[in-house]
Design a protein around this ligand. Structure first.
Ligand SMILES: Nc1ncnc2c1ncn2[C@@H]1O[C@H](COP(=O)(O)OP(=O)(O)OP(=O)(O)O)[C@@H](O)[C@H]1O
Ligand SMILES: [Mg+2]
Length: 335
């Protein structure tokens, strides 16, 4: 996951920067009624968390950062409750989950508890869980006919040659499913190299993804930030010279980019097929149009605000203002 708020899943530039010179684009509309918003995050000082809180306060709302691992739940019929710092959490209109990749299980349970209390979530617990499972995510995108790199999944097949042929042969990218920040993502130039890498991963008892190498992407990928039915900001991440992985942690750099209409609609459809209202959609520019690598449910704000100058946090708060209503937590996606 490229989710920002987890040390294990961060794909953000090094935390050197202070706030970006964000434009006022997200803050033009006047706030409606003041809302009480919970931001679920391990730490108030994380960039995305503090920006969301700041944006909520600037628009006249109350915003409280809740460390979801320190909440406990009271699962009683007709009266679901959440207790934090010795007090029951009550009266919230909306919740913004910023769940770290390593805490999906407990984090989504806390989001679900808010949903049961009638609180509007920026992303639903089901949608977060769905997108966190990379294979499930690719399967659902494929079902919608969204462009993907030709991909094969395996755990411990003996038919390594068959797997390589199924995705069109070398050059291939082999990925450890549990990898992040580009670690466990290997480019194999020949079938022989692919075979050795797949066998080595098999020895580790790991789930792997074998993918066609999109050479023409030129070591760059696109992050489209979706809020509601729109791409609100997009950046191009370019890998360091000689590096096919664009991860900012591997020395990549981010810049603002204008997307094609096809890229925009691919990003919006991808978020929709996961049931996500707020999503970071990672795509590669291939010869046959955009192909989606991943859809993130807690996309970081630092890289995208820093490279585009947009007030993405403000746009998320505006989206909540326009949509938060008790009971609007129905998830309509199957699977
Ligand atoms: N099939 C591919 N063809 C070309 N380049 C790829 C391909 N898959 C991945 N890459 C490059 O490698 C980078 C890392 O891959 P990926 O995003 O899948 O793994 P990760 O960043 O480790 O995981 P996560 O995004 O889940 O944190 C991508 O950002 C992209 O630049
Ligand atoms: Mg990535």
């Amino acid at each position: 996951m490229s989710d920002a708020e987890t040390p294990a899943g961060a794909d953000q530039p090094p935390a050197t920067s202070s706030k970006p010179a964000v434009t006022k684009s997200g803050s033009d509309a006047e706030p409606k009624r003041p809302l009480k918003i919970a931001i679920l995050s391990r730490k108030a000082s994380l960039y995305s968390t503090s920006r969301l809180r700041e944006a909520a306060l600037a628009r006249g709302h109350e915003a409280i950062v809740v460390d979801y691992l320190r909440c406990y739940m009271n699962i009683t019929s007709h009266r679901p409750a959440l207790i934090y710092q010795g007090k029951e959490l009550t009266g919230f209109d909306a919740v913004i989950p910023r769940i770290g990749a390593s805490h999906t299980f407990y984090g989504t349970a806390v989001v679900r508890q808010f949903e049961m209390m009638g609180v509007f979530p920026a992303n639903e617990s089901q949608a977060i869980a769905r997108s966190r499972d990379k294979l499930r995510c690719l399967q659902l995108l494929a079902r919608e006919g969204i462009g993907l790199p030709v991909s094969g999944f395996a755990h411990s097949t003996k038919d390594v040659q068959g797997l390589i042929e199924a995705v069109g042969g070398a050059p291939l990218v082999v990925k450890l499913l549990e990898g992040t920040q580009g670690i466990g993502v290997v480019l194999c130039e020949t079938n022989q190299a692919s075979e050795s890498v797949i066998e080595a991963f098999r020895g580790l008892d790991a789930n792997i993804l074998v993918q066609e190498f999109i050479k023409e992407a030129g070591g760059a990928d696109i992050r489209a930030f979706v809020v509601g039915n729109k791409v609100v900001a997009a950046m191009l991440r370019q890998g360091a010279p000689g590096e096919f992985r664009s991860n900012l942690h591997r020395g990549g750099s981010a810049s603002r980019i204008k997307l094609t209409p096809e890229e925009r609609s691919t990003a919006v459809r991808s978020a929709k097929s996961m049931g996500l209202r707020v999503a970071g959609v990672d795509m590669l520019r291939s010869n046959h149009g955009p192909v989606v690598m991943e859809v993130n449910s807690s996309p970081g704000l630092e890289g995208i605000e820093g490279s585009t100058g947009k007030d993405v946090a403000g746009l998320i708060i505006q989206y909540i203002e326009n949509n938060a209503a008790a009971g609007r937590t129905r998830d309509r996606i199957k699977g």
